[in-house]
Structure formats: structure tokens, C-alpha cells
Design a protein around this ligand. Structure first.
Ligand code: JFZ
Length: 462
């Protein structure tokens, strides 16, 4: 054990009500909205095939030219109630909103910056309106904050001189002030999602990442903070130099997921984030961004994979420059939502079905409350995402578990199944329907000694 002052706390996995609620929510909406939504990936006629929120950097735009976009932030189509209803219909239970992205523009009228919504034509507290709208729909709210800041003169990528150190200390004070300001203005938020913390300057300030997490939790008891904020005394990120997770949940899975069979991730809480387009978080108005746009079936499959491994999925939306959602994103949300309305029970309030091995044709989940010390009892949901060519779903039952019934979650109808031996069952695969099918596997404890075992001594038995 390396002695660390700014490493992980001793507490381990949180079990308080806020954390349990976050864990049970499983599905959140990420919202990336800022000035970058106005040029939407194109600067002076040149479309840059890179994330829209990076355009200031990728198109080499000066601070002044970028700041001038604030004059076009007119909110003509801004309807946060419509965003919130869309998220709710989709089945998202919380939202994480960008308060300030790398370009430094603040969606709230911060007293510590002149580059905020206060300097736009409406002058409105856009962030406050968004948070109110989501809360009115019953969704929990989290705040995204980029520590990296291309606008602030004191930001440094690395500390290479005393001047850098003095400037960056001023920068960290500024960030502290802004974060405490956010906590004071929006005390109902459930958590903070930090980003832009990968540079040497931040890694050399593990103490700040440690202290700001503590401060925010003092101001908002129960606040949930992602691991991406954190660095330890030695600059280790996410996990401290002893391998312990910092922050409340791991947030490193970005546009990728752990392998379906990799149960090791479920030892801690985690949240993956995903784009709807191939690779842009902010609205990118181009054929490039449309390439690889995800379908509802892909989203549901990712969500099922995530929940089966004990994680949450934060699915990103990039509202347009006028503040309206792109119709294609609303349509996607509604398609996912139509499926979730029928099958969401298999994902919300659910987690890994421990001891049920990855079957290859889909994912197993079980209600969080149904997990007993002996393993899962009651019901296991099988989310069928890949129908075998054979038309047969083979289910390997954990030892001590018997299958009583198989039902289609959608209509409750009972499906036939054939026990092959006490540990293996075959179910006729559902017909391809364009979207995953959920089967509710109703289980009961089995007599562990019952049933004949394979007599061949060359077969390894477990
Ligand atoms: C960051 C941002 O730069 C991006 O604009 C967006 O906000 C996203 C959610 O977060 O992008 C990252 C951060 C981390 C990785 C990749 C992109 N990563 O760890 O692979």
C-alpha cells in the first residue's frame, strides 16, 4: 500500500439513497449544448470531420471570433420542456447537462466569467430553465463541468514555470468558485460529471480534485461525482496508485463498453457514455456526422449490455443552435421509448444476474432487489439481441437454480422450454422483430444434489 493523501476514500461502494437511486436509474440522457451548436461543425464554409464541440480548436478559431457566437445564441427554438419530455418518453431517468464545455462558455450567468448566457441576447439563465424542466418531468439532474478551459487566460496544459503555477492556481480558484456557485444556485442537483481533467496541469493537482469533491459533497450532501475528476498525489487518474476507484463511479467507458463476459467491472459502479452519431457530442450538421448514426436496436443492445455488467448508460443528445432538438434524435428517442415502455422493467432497477454466464445470444439482468446471497432468485430477464441461426437459445442454469417458466415480457405469454439436463435448458428463439425481445425466466431454488452428472471423467465438472 502506497500512503496517499489524495487517493480513494476508505468507504468503498456507496449504499446511501442517492447512490442507490442513481444505480437503479441505469439510463440517463447526456446533453451537450453550447455555442458550438451554432456553427455545428462548419467554420467559414469548411466542414471539419471531428466532434463539433472541438470546432474552436480544430478550425483554429480565435477567442474573439468564437466569443462573437454569443450574439447568435438567441434561443429561438429553445424548449427545455420538450427536451425533458423527450428524455422521459425515452426511458431516461436522469440528465447530465454541460454547464461549461472546453470553450469556456457558461450556460448559467456566472459571476466569475463574462463569457456566459448573460452576454447573449436573451440574458436568461438557460441552465436553470433546463434543470427545472427536467425536474418537472421527474428526472434527476447532474451537471457536466469541463475543467479544461480554452477561454480562460490562466488555464495551463502543464506547469513549466513559477508563472504557470501562479496562473494555474488562480485558474483552480476560479473553477472552485464556479463549482461552489453551481452548487449554491442549483442545490437540487444529484451529481457532478467532471471532464477535461487529463492534462499534466490537473494531474499535478490531485489535491484540488480531492478537495473539490469533498467541498461539493459538503454543500450538497449525497452528491455523486464521477471518477474522471480525480487524480491522486502521484497523478494516477480514475483509480489511485493502489488501484482503488476514486470518486463514486468509474466513468472511463466512452463510446465503448466492457466486453459482455467481463464481469470484473461490476465490482464497482460505472457509467458509460455514448454518442448517437459516430463521434460528435455537440450538434454536427453534416453527412459525416450522420454516418454511423445509431439505431434504436443498437441503443437498446448497448443498454442491455451495460446493465448486465452493472453499469449505467448516459446517451448523448446534441440540441441544435436554436435550442431545438434535431427531429432525427427525437425520433430515435421515441423508438427507444416505445421499446422501454414495454420492456424497461428488464433494465430499470436491474443489475447483473450473478452466476448467469454470458450466453452469447443476449444479456441477462435481474431486479436489483431480487439478488439474494445465494445468487438470483425469482426472475432473470433474458434480453435477446442476437438470434442464433439454429433457432435455439441455450440457457446454462447456475447450480442450485431451476427454471419454472419462461414468459415473453411484452405480453406475459408462456413459452415452451426443454430441459436437457438439470443445468441446461433450450428455448425456441423468438422471431426476428427488429428490436430485442425480452424473456422473463422464472426461477426457483433447485436441489443441488438432484440430477445425474455427466459420467465422463474427462469432462471438467463444476
Ligand atoms: C470528452 C470531451 O472532450 C468531449 O467533448 C465530450 O464532452 C466527452 C463526453 O468527453 O472527450 C473524451 C474524453 C475521454 C476520452 C475520450 C473523449 N477517453 O477517455 O477515451
Amino acid at each position: 500500500m502506497i500512503a496517499l493523501r489524495y487517493g480513494a476514500g476508505p468507504a468503498g461502494r456507496r449504499q446511501d439513497p442517492a447512490m442507490r437511486a442513481f444505480r437503479a436509474d441505469r439510463f440517463g440522457q447526456f446533453v451537450h449544448w453550447g455555442l458550438y451548436a451554432i456553427p455545428a461543425g462548419t467554420w467559414q464554409g469548411r466542414t471539419i470531420e471531428f466532434a463539433a464541440e472541438f470546432l474552436m480548436q480544430s478550425a483554429n478559431v480565435s477567442r474573439e471570433d468564437w466569443a462573437a457566437l454569443a450574439g447568435d445564441f438567441t434561443l429561438e427554438g429553445f424548449d427545455p420542456a420538450a427536451w425533458a419530455r423527450t428524455a422521459k418518453r425515452m426511458g431516461a431517468r436522469y440528465v447530465t447537462v454541460t454547464t461549461k464545455h472546453h470553450d469556456g462558455f457558461c450556460l448559467w450567468p456566472s459571476a466569475y466569467s463574462d463569457f456566459t448566457v448573460a452576454a447573449t441576447p436573451s440574458g436568461r439563465d438557460v441552465l436553470g430553465e433546463i434543470l427545472d424542466a427536467y425536474r418537472a418531468e421527474g428526472l434527476a439532474t447532474h451537471l457536466y463541468y469541463s475543467v479544461l478551459d480554452w477561454h480562460h487566460p490562466d488555464w495551463r496544459y502543464a506547469i513549466e514555470s513559477d508563472d504557470d503555477r501562479v496562473a494555474f492556481d488562480r485558474y483552480l480558484d476560479f473553477a472552485t468558485n464556479q463549482l461552489l456557485e453551481l452548487a449554491e444556485r442549483y442545490p437540487q442537483v444529484r451529481g457532478f460529471w467532471f471532464d477535461g481533467t487529463w492534462d499534466e496541469s490537473v494531474k499535478a493537482n490531485g489535491r484540488w480534485t480531492h478537495d473539490i469533491e469533498r467541498l461539493l459533497k459538503e454543500r450538497i450532501p449525497g452528491a455523486i461525482v464521477n471518477s474522471r475528476l480525480r487524480a491522486d498525489d502521484r497523478g494516477a487518474r480514475h483509480f489511485d496508485s493502489n488501484g482503488a476507484l476514486m470518486g463514486d463511479y468509474e466513468s472511463g467507458y466512452e463510446r465503448r463498453l466492457p466486453a459482455p463476459w467481463d464481469r470484473s467491472v461490476s465490482v464497482h459502479d460505472w457509467e458509460a457514455c455514448a454518442t448517437l452519431t459516430q463521434a460528435s457530442w455537440g450538434f454536427h450538421d453534416s453527412a459525416w456526422a450522420e454516418r454511423g448514426r445509431k439505431t434504436a436496436a443498437q441503443i437498446v443492445e448497448q443498454l442491455a449490455q451495460t446493465v448486465s455488467l452493472g453499469g449505467n448508460l448516459l446517451l448523448n443528445f446534441g440540441p441544435r443552435g436554436d435550442g431545438s432538438l434535431a427531429p432525427v434524435e427525437v425520433a430515435l428517442a421515441d423508438e427507444v421509448g416505445a421499446w422501454m415502455a414495454v420492456n424497461g422493467e428488464a433494465l430499470h432497477d436491474s443489475g447483473p444476474a450473478e452466476e448467469w454466464d454470458y450466453p452469447g445470444w443476449g444479456f441477462y439482468t435481474t431486479p436489483l432487489t431480487a439478488t439474494t446471497p445465494e445468487g438470483s432468485a425469482g426472475v432473470v430477464h433474458a434480453i435477446v439481441t442476437r438470434i442464433p441461426v439454429s433457432g435455439i437459445l441455450t440457457v446454462a442454469l447456475p447450480s442450485g437454480v431451476a427454471l419454472r417458466a419462461v414468459r415473453a415480457l411484452a405480453d406475459g405469454s408462456a413459452l415452451p422450454f426443454t430441459p436437457l439436463d438439470p443445468h441446461t435448458v433450450q428455448i425456441p428463439a423468438p422471431a426476428a422483430a427488429g428490436m430485442p425481445t425480452v424473456l422473463a425466466l422464472e426461477t426457483a431454488p433447485a436441489d443441488r444434489e438432484s440430477g445425474l452428472r455427466e459420467p465422463n471423467p474427462d469432462v471438467a465438472l463444476v
